[in-house]
Design a protein around this ligand. Structure first.
Ligand code: GDP
Length: 486
C-alpha cells in the first residue's frame, strides 16, 4: 500500500526532486527510496496540483495496486470489489460462499450451473442499480500469504466469518492479522444466528477486544448477523460490501491491454495449460498475446465462472484462459503485449530472471532478522519494526504489549501484527515471511514444522524467558545498537 518517492514520481510522471522539495518545504525530509504513507503522498499530490480535481482517486489508486501507472490516471473507472472469505474452521466460510452463489447466480442464469475456476462474481442490486462483487474461492489466508510473499495484492476486502455460537478463535485472530497486515478492510459476518445458543453480543464484545469495534458501539467495523445455512441476511452483507467498496474508491483503466494476477493454474489433459486470471487493470481479450510469469501464449479461449465462453474480461473479473505454452504459478503477474513476438521475448527474460533470483535466494541470505533490522535502524532506514508475539498465556501477552508501548518510538515504530498466547506455528512463520516481521516467543515453544519452515522462509524466531532481556533486544534493535550474532 505504500509507495517509495521514486515510485510515486513515476506514477505521477514528475521528477523525484519535485517530491523531495515539496516535502522538504513542509519540514519532511525524505530520500528517493523511502516509502511514503498515504497521508504524505496526498500532501505531495495536493501541493503539486497534480490532477487536483481528483486527489481522492489518486490517493486511492496509489494505495490500491501496483497495477496502475501514470497513463491510467485519466481513464480511471470504477471496478467491482474483489473479496475473500476468511475465518476459523467450521465457522461457515464454505457454506457462506455456496449460499451467496446459489441465491445470486441461480436466478435467471442458464441452468444456474457454475464452474469452479477459483473465483466467481455475483450481481447485487444496490442504490437501484445492479452492481457486481467478485469472490475469490481460495482459502483466505493462503491466498494472502502466497500473494503477499510475491508482493501482489489481489483482494480489496475480506469477510471475516465468526460463528455466533463459538466466538473468536485462533484462526479468527490470525485471519484478522493477515487482513490488517495487508491493509485490507474487513466486514464481519456473524454467522449461524439461527442457532439457539447464538450470542451475537458476546461475539461483538470479543471482536472489540481484538480492535474490531462494531459501528453501533461507536467503532468502524461493519458487522452483519447472518445465517449462511438458511440464507438469512445475505443481501445486507452484500450491500455492506458494496458500501465499503464505494469508500475505497476502487478504480482501474479498462482502456488498455490487460494485466493482473494468476489465481490458479494447472495442466488439463485435454485442454493443455489452463490458468484462471484475475484482471486488475485493462481489458483481457481472446487473441491477446500474453505473458504470465515465465510462460506466454496467445489466448485461444476464455471461459467465465458460469462456464460461458467470453470474448473480453474487464477489471476485477476472473476468467479461465487457454493457450499458454506452459503452466504459470498462482500469484504470478500477467500482462498483455502488442505482439506475440514481444510476449515470447519478455516471458523468456522473466523465466531467466526467475531462475536467477531463485539462485540468488538460495545463495544469499535474505533473512529479516532483528540484527539486520538493527543495522537498518543505524542507517536511519528503519521506520517500522514488525513483530509477531507469542507467549505462554494471555496475561504474558498483555504484559508484553504493555511494556512494548512504553519503549520510545520516535525514530522507529513497533508494529505488532499478531499477539496471542500459544505455540509458535507455521502460520506465524508464514505471516512473518509475508510481512517482513520477526517472531518473538516468550515462555513458549515451537510447534512441529515451525523451525523448518522458518529456516526455509528465512524468518527470525527469537525466544525469551526473561522479559527485560526481550525488551532490551527490541529496544537495542530500534536504536541500531544490537550486536550482530556470531
Ligand atoms: P468452514 O470450515 O468455515 O468452511 O465451515 P463450513 O461452511 O464447512 O461449515 C461448517 C459447519 O457449520 C457445516 O456443518 C455447516 O452446515 C454449518 N453451518 C454453516 N453455516 C451455518 C449457519 O448459518 N447455521 C447453522 N446452523 N449451521 C451452519
Amino acid at each position: 500500500s505504500n509507495l517509495t518517492v521514486r515510485e510515486l514520481a513515476e506514477r505521477l510522471n514528475i521528477a523525484e526532486t519535485e517530491i523531495i522539495k515539496s516535502l522538504f518545504s513542509k519540514g519532511i525530509a525524505v530520500n528517493i527510496t523511502q516509502t511514503l504513507d498515504l497521508e504524505t503522498a496526498r500532501l505531495v499530490t495536493e501541493e503539486l496540483g497534480v490532477l487536483i480535481e481528483v486527489p481522492e482517486v489518486i490517493a486511492a489508486a496509489t494505495k490500491q495496486t501496483e497495477m496502475l501507472d501514470a497513463k491510467d490516471l485519466e481513464h480511471l473507472q470504477r471496478r467491482p470489489p474483489v473479496v475473500t472469505i476468511m475465518g476459523h474452521v467450521d465457522h461457515g466460510k464454505t457454506t457462506l460462499l455456496d449460499s451467496i452463489r446459489k441465491t445470486k447466480v441461480a436466478q435467471g442464469e442458464a441452468g444456474g450451473i457454475t464452474q469452479h475456476i477459483g473465483a466467481y462474481h455475483v450481481d447485487v442490486e444496490h442504490n437501484g442499480v445492479s452492481q457486481q462483487i467478485v469472490f475469490l474461492d481460495t482459502p483466505g489466508h493462503e491466498a494472502f500469504t502466497a500473494m503477499r510473499a510475491r508482493g501482489a495484492r489481489v483482494t480489496d476486502m475480506a469477510i471475516l466469518v465468526v460463528a455466533a455460537d463459538d466466538g473468536v478463535q485462533p484462526q479468527t485472530r490470525e485471519a484478522f492479522s493477515h487482513a490488517k497486515a495487508a491493509g485490507v478492510p474487513v466486514v464481519v459476518a456473524i454467522n449461524k444466528i439461527d442457532k439457539p445458543d447464538a450470542n451475537p453480543d458476546r461475539i461483538k464484545q470479543e471482536l472489540s477486544e481484538l480492535g474490531l469495534v462494531p459501528e453501533e458501539w461507536g467503532g468502524e467495523t461493519i458487522m452483519v448477523p447472518v445465517s449462511a445455512l438458511k440464507g438469512e441476511n445475505l443481501d445486507t452483507l452484500l450491500e455492506m460490501l458494496l458500501l465499503v467498496s464505494e469508500v475505497e474508491e476502487l478504480v482501474a483503466n479498462p482502456n488498455r491491454l490487460g494485466k493482473g494476477t494468476v489465481i490458479e493454474a494447472n495442466l488439463d489433459r485435454a485442454r493443455g495449460p489452463v490458468a484462471t486470471l484475475l484482471v486488475q487493470n485493462g481489458t483481457l481479450r481472446v487473441g491477446d498475446a500474453i505473458v504470465a510469469g515465465g510462460v506466454f501464449g496467445k489466448i485461444r479461449a476464455m471461459i467465465d465462472d458460469r462456464g460461458q465462453k467470453v470474448e473480453a474480461a474487464s477489471p476485477s473479473f476472473a476468467v479461465e484462459i487457454l493457450g499458454l505454452n506452459n503452466v504459470p504459478s498462482a500469484g504470478d503477474e500477467f500482462e498483455v503485449y502488442p505482439t506475440e513476438k514481444e510476449a515470447r521475448l519478455i516471458a523468456e527474460k522473466t523465466a531467466e530472471t526467475q531462475r536467477n533470483s531463485r539462485l540468488q535466494l538460495a545463495m544469499s541470505s535474505r533473512r529479516v532478522t532483528l540484527t539486520t533490522l538493527s543495522a537498518q535502524a543505524q542507517e536511519g532506514e528503519l521506520k517500522e519494526l514488525n513483530l509477531i508475539l507469542k507467549a505462554d498465556v494471555q496475561g504474558s501477552v498483555e504484559a508484553l504489549l504493555g511494556a512494548l508501548t512504553q519503549l520510545p518510538q520516535n525514530e522507529v515504530q513497533i508494529r505488532v501484527l499478531l499477539a496471542a498466547p500459544g505455540e509458535i506455528t507455521e502460520t506465524d512463520v508464514d505471516l512473518a515471511a509475508a510481512s517482513g516481521a520477526v517472531v518473538v516467543g516468550f515462555n513458549t515453544t515451537l510447534a512441529s514444522g515451525a523451525r523448518a519452515s522458518a529456516d526455509h522462509e528465512g524468518v527470525d524466531i527469537r525466544e525469551y524467558d526473561i522479559i527485560y532481556k526481550l525488551l532490551d533486544d527490541i529496544q537495542g534493535a530500534m536504536e541500531g545498537l544490537l550486536e550482530p550474532e556470531e
